[in-house]
Design a protein around this ligand. Structure first.
Ligand SMILES: *Cc1c(COP(=O)(O)O)cnc(C)c1O
Length: 378
């Protein structure tokens, strides 16, 4: 090649670090020639997919030769009812990742900036940098902060908002830390942000926050025209493979997002599956229960093994190994247990573990205990 295509790329794109996904089970088994591995690395639902969604997919599968409904009418109608909101305020996405990128495309330019926290979801920096906008990264709360170690420091974030700030990204609860913001502090923050700055509250894990002071910001949409709330079907609804998410916003913002989104960004199976999953209360409740119990038992067992477990309102925990985590991560892989290394988040001593079924959690704990006995920690 005589031509340097990297040099020709948009400046923001040249410097991008690609998103690092959890290792797929197939890949690990192919590499090591093992079977029977488990994946606790991508915050997927260990119960699989809602049976109601599976039935809807089977019903729809004969019609795959047809384009999906570009307006997503049925799913939006169900969501509008669920959130008691006009359907014109909903933007459907190919996962919520898609709507996060649409927001960046619609509002960020090289002269603008986006504000987010140091240990935020990796998609915010990627979406921001690709537009050429500047990232203003707020320092996180201290590692020994009692309620939200490494979590969002809203005061620090607020200080970074200036007249060129078009977007503030907040995940609540946050990934990869699992930490969350309470109702009063988040509300006060949004109240203090000027109207020309959109506050994007990413609620990918909201279904898991029951019983905690972790607000459903979608209830504030009528009060704050600059509020955008994103949701996903990838986590509690068990549809990560189908890619469905959405944004709730004021109608002008959703009109803009709907102009730039690909007309068929949500496929026909995703549309029907998401709608059915919303109605499967039994599945969601079961998912919540198994997660609550799993969080508790993982927290206890990991602490008993000497790891520090950060508080979590989601379906995963961030585990502090108090030393480089990669030997643990690598040793677990060889035993067929996939967790998530978070070096890419600048957290080399931590690993992120998704709450699994009781059997999967037990296998993780037993494997870690076995590795410790083999002397991994000394
Ligand atoms: C998993 C996750 C999402 C969801 O991504 P999808 O594209 O909907 O699968 C969004 N935000 C955060 C913080 C997440 O952890």
């Amino acid at each position: 090649m005589t031509c340097d295509y990297t040099a020709l790329a948009a400046p923001g794109v040249r410097e991008l670090m690609p998103y690092k996904p959890g290792k797929p089970i197939d890949e690990l088994e192919r590499e090591l020639g093992i079977s029977d591995s488990i994946k606790l690395a991508s915050n997927e639902n260990p119960l699989g997919t809602s049976p109601a969604a599976m039935a809807a997919i089977r019903d729809e599968i004969d019609d795959l030769w047809l384009y999906p409904d570009a307006t997503g009418y049925g799913l939006k109608a169900t969501l509008a009812e669920r959130h008691d909101i006009d359907a014109a305020r909903i933007t459907l996405g190919n996962g919520s990742n898609d709507v996060l990128v649409l927001l960046a495309e619609a509002f960020l330019t090289p002269g603008a900036n986006a504000v987010y926290s140091k240990y935020c979801f990796a998609v915010y920096p990627i979406a921001t940098q690709a537009t050429g906008a500047r990232a203003r990264v707020a320092p996180a709360l201290a590692e020994d902060h009692e309620r939200a170690p490494l979590g969002h420091d809203l005061a620090a974030m607020g200080e970074l908002v200036d007249t060129d700030t078009r977007l503030v990204f907040i995940a609540n609860p946050n990934n990869p830390t699992g930490t969350w913001l309470g109702q009063a502090e988040l509300r006060a923050f949004i109240e203090g942000v000027p109207e020309q700055t959109l506050v994007v509250v990413d609620e990918a894990y909201t279904e898991y926050t029951g019983g905690l002071d972790c607000p459903d910001a979608s209830r504030w949409l009528d009060e704050f025209p600059n509020l955008v709330v994103t949701r996903t079907f990838s986590k509690a609804y068990g549809l990560a493979g189908l890619r469905v998410g959405y944004a709730l916003s004021n109608p002008q913002v959703s009109d803009l997002l709907n102009r730039i989104r690909q007309p068929f960004n949500v496929n026909s199976l995703g549309l029907v599956a998401a709608r059915a999953a919303l109605g499967d209360t039994e599945f969601i409740e079961r998912s919540q229960r198994i997660n609550r119990e799993g969080l508790e038992s993982l927290g206890e067992s990991l602490s008993a093994l000497g790891f520090r477990v950060l508080p979590s309102a989601a379906n995963f925990v961030l585990v502090d190994c108090k030393q480089p985590a990669s030997p643990w991560y690598e040793a677990l892989l060889r035993k067929g247990v996939i967790v998530r290394g978070v070096e890419n988040y600048d957290l080399p001593n931590h690993m992120r573990v998704t709450v699994g079924t009781p059997e999967q959690n037990r296998r993780l704990i037993d494997t870690l205990a076995e590795l410790q006995q083999m002397g991994l920690d000394g």
